[in-house]
Design a protein around this ligand. Sequence first.
Ligand SMILES: [Zn+2]
Length: 266
Amino acid sequence: MRIVMLGTGHATVTKCYNTCYAYEEDGRSFLVDAGGGNGILSQLEKAGLELADMEGMFITHAHTDHVLGAVWIIRMVAASMHRGQRSRPFTVYANEKVMRVLGTIADMCLPAPYLKQFGEPLRFVTLQHGDEFDVLSMRWTAFDIESEKEPQMGYRAVLANGTVIGCTGDEPAHAVNDPYLTGVDWLLTEAFCLSEDEETFHPHAKNHSTVKEAAASAQRLGCKRVLLYHTEDATLPTRRQAYTAEARTAYDGEIFVPDDLETIEV
Ligand SMILES: [Zn+2]
């Protein structure tokens, strides 16, 4: 199993794509978030991932930088179903708010023949806190991160080899989610900027955290590895080195600060 990072930036970045990624295993894939638009299609193309091989997607929440790319994925998948090129299901997993947003935009913006694919074989599974499902060779548990800004889900995924991955969505790990995140092999979490750049990027005003705070959460939770994303894009050339150095001051485990299109074995 590998994670293909399709984007690593926050909502309004222009020098990289919004944070989203795909799990890829034996030629099949599963998307987590889709960024803010049609750019998801070029990122998939650059990564060599075909929509025809995609089993579905999980959308954490309905903010523009996570959900609008999903409209494009749905459009493309529904089109291939309409043309008779795909009969295999494609499943969208998300909370009720995301489903409402996707349904409303699709109703108003997509051609009627595409909408006919909705339900079957284009499936929508509305998730409640604690719901479980299987995708690729993983067992997923979705949990409500209890965000104060937007209904949002994180997840805990257990791989066939026992590896456990925890994702906090695009907010810091909240203590209420500790049962899902404590001791995971991989913690995927946002880190908006370096501590020294707080006054420039104002992470806390947006319910985001500094690198040091994200690293401290990973340390508190006893995670073996931390992967930091959803960052500013003003420091991309030095991001990996600078973020890793700051995270090291608060965290003992392995630190990953990937670039767009980087692949990580998990
Ligand atoms: Zn975001």
